[in-house]
Design a protein around this ligand. Structure first.
Ligand code: MN
Length: 354
């Protein structure tokens, strides 16, 4: 008997329809700016670079303009790409089209948000976050089932019938590798692996990618992780684990914020954890809180209490206040939030009479 395997890479109809609406705007000769969220991650950067090469293939003139500097750990992707984040909002004023990647809320564009709101040209959004009430554009290709924004860029390439060059494949692979935590998180779908297979076939060297992304860290990153682990606290009664970093720690070890990706995995890895939190003190009396769930807690819903959002298992919020005050407030809310969501095991373990 043969196994009837699904054709994993077929582009779902809703995505195809969205890709076709976007395609209508991608006219050769147009100048397009690509942007992603503040402190771009692997998915933001990889999706942008892949998109830059794809649109150039189609005859558009492409520039990348991000609200914060291009992370040095992803500079290896930039060859042959026009990256003008340093010019700020000026670099998006005279474009014919804007494509915003990996963002569900225009405020995630930081110091570019006002210029983007003021743009009178078509604004495209390609994203896989839970939609917000303030999208960054009007032509949207969004699907929370996509393992990364890069999966949607891959689909767009399929619909547009563009070539998957080695440079595009590396950028897309960077994006899906980092957004799935190295193919470990729950968004690692069969389709994600099928896509990874295509990218390897298109020339990606997985060991080289592992070395560049996970095995080329600064010694400062490890020292910051040491500081964070020193602060590790757990509340087993609620399944909460958290770490904190002061602004001074990053300064002392000369570490950029983009090098902090993955730190929330340490508290999440503690046995019995349902929700993990990484508190990072910023300048100007703000704290960035990253929330991670092991499955039974919807941290996107939790983050919304603090004006943030993201995904069900990974979300974040920017909160006003000192590190101590924010931590206290968030932990109090987290105990209440987690406490309201009884675990099935708890219910089963309780005698019927109580
Ligand atoms: Mn993403």
């Amino acid at each position: 008997m043969t196994l009837a395997l699904p054709d994993l890479l077929t582009v779902p109809p809703a995505r195809r329809a969205a890709a076709e609406r976007i395609a209508a705007e991608l006219r050769p000769g147009r100048t397009v700016a690509l942007s992603t969220h503040i402190n771009a991650d692997g998915d933001g950067c990889g999706s942008e670079v892949a998109m830059a090469h794809l649109l150039a293939q189609r005859g558009l003139v492409v520039r990348i303009v991000n609200p914060t500097p291009w992370p040095s750990m992803f500079s290896f992707l930039l060859e042959g790409v026009d990256e003008r984040s340093a010019a700020g909002a000026r670099a998006i004023e005279a474009v014919d089209l804007l494509v915003v990647l990996d963002i569900n809320d225009v405020r995630r564009l930081g110091n570019l948000a006002d210029a983007v709101r003021a743009l009178r040209v078509p604004r495209v959004v390609v994203d896989h976050h839970v939609p917000s009430d303030a999208p960054a554009g009007d032509i949207v290709m969004a699907d929370i089932a996509a393992c990364a924004t890069a999966e949607l860029v891959f689909d767009l390439a399929c619909v547009l019938d563009l070539a998957l060059t080695p440079a595009i494949a590396r950028a897309l692979y960077t994006a899906i590798l980092t957004d799935t935590g190295g193919f470990r998180f729950s968004n690692t779908s069969p389709r994600c692996h099928a896509m990874a297979g295509q990218l390897l076939a298109a020339g990606v060297d997985p060991e080289e990618m592992y070395r560049r992304i996970y095995a080329s860290v600064s010694v400062g990153r490890l020292r910051v992780i040491r500081d964070a682990l020193e602060s590790l606290s757990v509340d087993p009664a609620y399944g909460l684990s958290w770490v904190s970093l002061t602004a001074g720690s990053l300064e002392r070890h000369h570490v950029h914020p983009e090098e902090l990706d993955g730190i929330a995995e340490y508290p999440r890895s503690v046995a019995g954890t349902r929700m993990a939190i990484f508190f990072r003190e910023l300048a100007h009396g703000q704290v960035k809180a990253s929330f991670r769930s092991t499955g039974s807690v919807d941290v996107n819903a939790f983050a919304r209490q603090f004006g943030g959002g993201g995904h069900a298992r990974a979300a974040g919020a920017l909160i006003q206040g000192s590190l101590d005050a924010v931590r206290e407030r968030v932990l109090r809310a987290a105990r209440e939030f987690v406490g309201r969501q009884a675990q099935p095991e708890d219910l089963a373990a309780k005698p019927a009479s109580t």
